[in-house]
Design a protein around this ligand. Structure first.
Ligand code: ATP
Ligand code: MG
Length: 657
């Protein structure tokens, strides 16, 4: 697609003057960083509290395992908590926690410090020390953050597993990390009901001798009685934590001390356990949080991701806490007990900054603009998006109906591997284009190249690479360094580029447009088409709520385009069967993108298969249309969604003209 502008490319939203006047970062930052990236990052690292200064900002001698701030020592938990208390800001609210059933708690930085110290002592009492792995299988609770920080405080490597994962998915992560302790709850609230969790945790650790203790926090209590118990191994949180001392002396650790292991969401295959370290990661997380979210002292910031996703690690834990922010965290499903729950929470706490995901925006859109209109959202001043490319239609809807037309939207492109944002705007500086993460942040060098590593011309599709090492970069895949080298560094080894795995184009202004995963690029009669671009064209049609596009093998064209769509609104009165929908959507895509891009088949489905973090799993649908099976489905949110697509596909094949 060299000649057709992506939808949204023709729209430009300059920073509102009032916002720009108060912005944390000015336009000169891009040039300052470009002039001397190491000096730039050293300046950002100095925002943190170091116990010992580094002697070398960047040491590339062990690439692709970089060393940043070599020789420096710090404690990440002290940076996230104690530092603010010492500076006299212990009474500032760290967390406004909202539980799914409507219970809530407010925790100050001083209280957070006490809790973290208690748990640090308790974990040490359970034999956990520097370098040991601790897996957390918890919902979004203050204790989940306390546990993450307690691990950092004692130098244990934490790995958070989404509380909604199955015993099997948990077991893979517990075994892969070789965890010494698993932390979980008696039960969880899921979409309005209390369900037991401990039995799944038990199944996950069964026979894994390295797991010495399972630490159990009481959450659902009487609602989930008969918690299975293994004496000696299992320990109640309240027995060991509540009685522990709230004083704990924090040791300092090397800048390259492993901080956490994060498993990718598994959109493209078996999840990879990326290892992040301390000094460089925190520098990248902390500065980008402050700059991209334009953090002010009186902001009430809400990142709605589950704590187990990388988004939450960087922009709900380490980033905002290191900046002393006040945050909202919410335990429940966004649609429980009603679809306006998020807007209700924004109104209740006066949220100023709301960081969300395209999949959720599309869900809200199904309910119409009346939904957000019922709430007072005037406290909002900035919105954010992450997880997938946001369809321009969804961007405009969010901007208008949630942001009241006044809030910039920071669309942040990054990955588990990158640690923190790479392509994202500075909201007071960078003009926005709906659907693009704009340009690489200061200090980060990303571009779009062809197979040979040459930068492609504007509008030409290539792959996104990061051309220079950056402080937040992952250092390895846990237990599989070869996979780390092979997946990301081998393809452009000669140039030393990091291969992100996403296809992309750059426009004439240098803006980056993500087209989808490299594996999802479609090739129709020699034309390379991006799945995101086609899906965005489809969802810009009033009858389409969500869309997923895949390429199926075709003898003449190489691939043919199949669109799976979830419809919204009612079909025409004189066309109740939607017989005209296929023709209408083909024409619409033809108009928006080009004749070559018209989907051959349009299949209406009840739901789309997604990962637990809400990303569409195109590979499973591509497998289905090609007659392949057996792809990894352990990260699926809901297997019935895939079954529904399979049924719709079979019906479609049987009745296709
Ligand atoms: P796996 O690597 O196992 O397939 P994953 O890539 O889905 O899993 P994450 O690291 O959580 O796991 O997701 C990163 C990916 O999400 C990016 O590579 C990109 O495809 C997509 N992504 C995230 N944010 C954006 C964004 N703002 N715009 C476009 N794509 C995005
Ligand atoms: Mg990935």
């Amino acid at each position: 697609m060299t000649d057709v502008p992506a939808p949204g490319q023709d729209l430009l939203f300059p920073p509102p003057a009032e916002f720009a006047a108060r912005a944390n970062v000015d336009a000169g930052e891009y040039a300052r960083a470009a002039a001397d990236p190491e000096a730039f990052w050293a300046e950002k690292a100095a925002r943190l509290q170091w116990d010992e200064p580094w002697h070398t900002v960047f040491d590339g001698s062990t690439m692709p395992t970089a060393q940043w701030f070599a020789g420096g020592r710090l404690n990440v938990a002290v940076n996230c908590v104690d530092r603010h208390v010492t500076a006299g800001r212990g009474d500032k609210v760290a967390l406004h926690w909202e539980g799914e059933p409507g219970d809530s708690r407010t925790i100050t930085y001083a209280e957070l410090q006490e809790e973290v110290c208690r748990l640090a002592n308790a974990l040490e009492g359970l034999g956990v020390g520097h370098g040991d792995r601790v897996v957390l299988y918890l919902p979004v609770l203050p204790e989940t953050i306390v546990a993450t920080l307690a691990c950092a405080r004692i130098g244990a490597v934490v790995s958070l597993v989404f509380g909604g994962f199955s015993a099997e998915a948990l077991r893979f992560r517990v075994a892969d990390t070789g965890a010494r302790v698993l932390v979980t709850t008696d039960g969880q609230f899921r979409r309005g009901s209390a369900v037991g969790v401990k039995a799944a945790a038990d199944a996950a650790v069964e026979g894994l001798d390295h797991v010495e203790h399972v630490l159990v926090l009481r959450r659902t209590g009487d609602a989930t009685p008969d918690v299975p118990w293994t004496p000696g191994r299992d320990v109640w949180w309240h027995d060991v934590v509540d009685t522990a001392s709230s004083e704990h002396e924090a040791p300092s650790f090397d800048a390259e001390n492993p901080l956490f292991i994060i498993y990718t969401s598994g959109t493209t295959g078996r999840p990879k356990g990326l290892v992040h370290t301390s000094g460089g990661y925190l520098t990248h997380a902390s500065w980008t949080h402050w700059a991209v979210f334009d953090l002010k002292d009186d902001d009430v910031y809400w990142c709605q991701a589950d704590l187990a996703w990388v988004t939450a690690h960087t922009y709900e834990m380490y980033g905002p806490l290191s900046n002393g922010a006040t945050q909202v965290i919410y335990e429940g499903s966004p649609l429980t007990p009603h679809p306006g729950r998020h807007f209700e929470v924004i109104e209740k706490y006066g949220v100023t900054t709301y960081y969300t995901a395209p999949t959720l925006v599309r869900t809200f859109m199904k309910h119409g603009p009346e939904l957000p209109a019922r709430y007072d959202l005037s406290s909002l001043r900035l919105l954010g998006s992450v997880g997938e490319a946001i369809n321009p239609e969804a961007w405009l809807w969010l901007h208008r109906n949630v942001g009241g037309g006044r809030c910039p939207i920071v669309d942040t492109w990054w990955q588990s591997e990158t640690g923190a944002a790479v392509v994202a705007p500075l909201p007071g500086v960078t003009p926005l284009k709906p659907g693009s993460g704009t340009v690489p942040l200061p200090g980060l060098s990303a571009t779009v190249v062809d197979d040979a590593g040459e930068e492609v011309a504007p509008g030409v599709q290539g792959v996104l690479v990061i051309t220079k090492p950056w402080p937040g970069m992952a250092r390895t895949v846990w237990g599989d360094h070869d996979r780390f080298v092979r997946s990301y560094w081998e393809p452009y080894a000669e140039r030393g580029y990091y291969l992100a795995g996403d296809s992309a184009t750059k426009d004439a202004d240098g803006y980056v447009w993500i087209g989808g995963r490299i594996d999802d690029v479609l090739n129709v009669s020699g034309h390379r088409l991006s799945s995101i671009e086609l899906e965005s064209a489809l969802v810009s049609h009033p009858r389409v709520a969500e869309a997923a596009v895949v390429g199926a093998p075709d003898d003449t064209t190489g691939q043919r385009i199949i669109a799976f769509v979830i419809t919204r609104g009612r079909a025409d009165a004189d066309d109740p069967d939607d017989a005209g929908l296929t023709a209408a959507l083909r024409a619409h895509v033809g108009e928006r993108v080009g004749a070559i891009a018209k989907p051959r088949d349009v299949v209406v489905v009840p739901d789309l298969p997604k990962t637990r973090s809400g990303k569409i799993m195109r590979r499973l649908m591509a497998d289905m249309t090609a007659g392949r099976s057996g792809g990894d489905v352990t990260s699926l949110q809901d297997e019935t969604a895939l079954a529904g697509v399979e049924q719709a596909w079979a019906r479609y094949l049987a009745t296709r003209p």
